[in-house]
Ligand binder design. Structure first.
Ligand code: ATP
Length: 120
């Protein structure tokens, strides 16, 4: 039981580390806050909330995996190596794909509502 609780403590420490050290993570946090505020302002429905929450998890989780990979690569290959560069580029590319898809989902949800508000 103690081991189980400790695993939550370690996970919490990982979340705290990534949010306090990674600039990209702070940017994601600001965007997440803006999306949540827009969700309330535009009164999005439960399905739209679920899609927004999934996108947030995708981008923040992806960024955390990217940071973990960067740390492992730096540890395993502090010197220049094509495979180290490839691993970092692929991890960064994965975050970019998640972010682009999330922006598209955000546009599909919010743009019609913004348009409706401006038109009406
Ligand atoms: N050890 C290495 N060997 C080869 N290429 C590397 C190595 N380390 C970094 N690179 C190249 O430099 C790029 C940037 O690496 P870096 O570690 O600065 O990542 P970053 O995305 O800028 O990190 P951060 O998110 O901390 O700013 C990598 O995507 C990779 O192309």
């Amino acid at each position: 039981m103690r081991k189980r609780i400790l695993s939550f403590v370690y996970a919490g420490r990982g979340i705290k580390t990534v949010f306090s050290t990674e600039t990209n993570m702070k940017i994601h946090l600001v965007i997440t806050a803006v999306v949540i505020a827009c969700g309330f302002v535009f009164k999005i429905n439960i399905t739209e909330w679920c899609l927004c929450l999934l996108c947030m998890a995708l981008v923040i989780g992806g960024e955390m995996m990217n940071t973990a990979i960067e740390n492992i690569v730096n540890l395993a290959s502090p010197e220049f190596h094509p495979l180290a560069g490839k691993a970092k580029d692929i991890a960064a590319g994965a975050v970019l794909i998640c972010a682009i898809i999330s922006v598209i989902v955000g546009c599909l949800i919010f743009l019609p509502k913004i348009w409706e508000m401006l038109a009406g």
